[in-house]
Design a protein around this ligand. Structure first.
Ligand SMILES: Cc1ncc(COP(=O)(O)O)c(C=O)c1O
Length: 385
């Protein structure tokens, strides 16, 4: 067979998916596994959304939709910005996408020329660097630690700006650390990118999943940034594959052109289902789930710290605890494999999120029941306690 394209050599597997596959294999062989690996809400999609999806199917909403999404959904997302953040976003600037993943692909294709660099935090969401590789760009990974709240702060971005840097991509709250950027920090990144003639992309996929505070949106500060969001996390619709992108007005026609070619359309019945995500009845369910995530974090974090995991900051959002394992191992891959194969606790090795101290970190996702978390803690206690 003809060799595959060279880019494949640079695109790494998404290891958490591999952990998940192995965990499921062990389960099929009769083992009991506690799942703390997947970055996916463990709740099924809320009933009102499912009912709206079923009604759309029953009405025959099974064809393509507009490439930018159905107008009703773009308007509903705009209303959500108004209600949640008190800001006016023209629905014409909102494109519905196949998950945040689809939005990331669109911005990469829109903004990155071959050889362009994009600054991003290490640790960070692993797929970003692979999206960039796909468009022949370069992920410029900036090592960040607890002193920087694991975020690409404006001063650090400025220090790492290279001659070929074209822009900055941050997530707030971030995966795997759950840390957010403040309004002042977002504003600093906006000023920096503007001053350097670069772009700013903010991945706000974990908005709605913050505990005791609201993460600021870059849209509260500027119309010039690109914002990624999704129905996957707070809205609990991972498998429906729906997200969105908010772009500056001038970029919309080019983005539509890309979306037409890359996707033609998102799931039409999924979009009608997603309309129900903003209804008060659904929001009450989603907010109650957010409170459950907060309780799980509050349970898991002190136990991990007591067992000797190094977690210097309390993650304020997302679904994760990013923990140092120096006390136990300097090989997080091996550590995760042992925990899974020998003790039935599935967690994700740091190498999934970058290179910086990846060997001495792991990610715990509290996307499982309190009972499963208790069992996971007692298993860890038996090995490490
Ligand atoms: C930071 C971040 N961005 C984007 C995504 C992609 O999400 P989706 O395509 O399901 O919306 C994820 C998924 O875990 C994520 O953690």
């Amino acid at each position: 067979m003809r060799p595959f394209a060279k880019r494949l050599q640079d695109i790494e597997p998404f290891r958490v998916v591999e952990v998940l596959t192995r965990a499921r294999m062990l389960e099929r062989a009769g083992r009991s596994i506690m799942h703390l690996e997947a970055g996916e809400p463990d709740f099924a999609t809320a009933d009102p959304i499912i009912r709206a999806g079923q009604a759309a199917l029953a009405r025959g909403a099974t064809g393509y939709s507009q490439a930018a999404g159905i107008p009703e959904l773009r308007e509903a997302i705009a209303r959500w910005y108004e209600e949640e953040y008190g800001i006016t976003v023209n629905p014409s600037r909102i494109l519905v996408t196949p998950g945040a993943s689809g939005a990331l692909l669109l911005v990469a294709a829109l903004l990155v020329n071959p050889g362009d660099g994009v600054l991003m935090a290490d640790p960070g969401y692993p797929c970003n660097r692979n999206f960039l590789r796909l468009v022949e760009g370069e992920a410029q990974l900036v090592p960040v630690g607890a002193a920087e709240r694991y975020q690409l702060l404006p001063g650090i971005a400025e220090k790492h700006w290279q001659p070929n840097t074209a822009g900055v991509l941050v997530a707030s709250p971030a995966n795997p650390t759950g840390e957010s950027l403040t309004r002042a920090e977002l504003s600093g990144l906006q000023s920096l990118t503007k001053q350097r003639g670069g772009f700013l992309v903010v991945d706000e996929i974990y908005h709605g999943l913050t505990y005791g505070f609201q993460a600021p949106s870059i849209l509260q500060l500027t119309d010039e940034a690109f914002v990624i969001n999704s129905f996957s996390k707070y809205f609990g619709m991972t498998g429906w594959r729906l997200g969105w992108l908010v772009a500056p007005e001038a970029a919309v026609p080019e983005l539509e052109k890309l979306a037409q070619n890359l996707f033609i359309s998102m799931s039409t019945m999924g979009q009608y289902a997603a309309l129900a995500a903003f209804e008060p009845e659904t929001r009450a369910i989603l907010d109650a789930r957010r409170d459950i995530y907060a309780q799980r974090r509050d349970f898991l974090l002190p136990h991990l710290q007591r067992l000797g995991f190094d977690v210097p900051l309390t993650p304020g959002g997302a679904l994760y605890i990013y923990a140092g394992i120096e006390r136990f191992s300097r090989d997080s891959q091996r550590f995760c494999l042992d925990m899974l194969e020998q003790h039935g606790v599935a967690i994700t090795p740091g190498a999934d999120f970058g290179r910086h101290k990846a060997n001495t970190h792991v990610r715990f996702a509290y996307t499982t029941s309190m009972e499963a978390l208790e069992e996971a803690v007692s298993r860890l206690e038996r090995v490490l306690g």
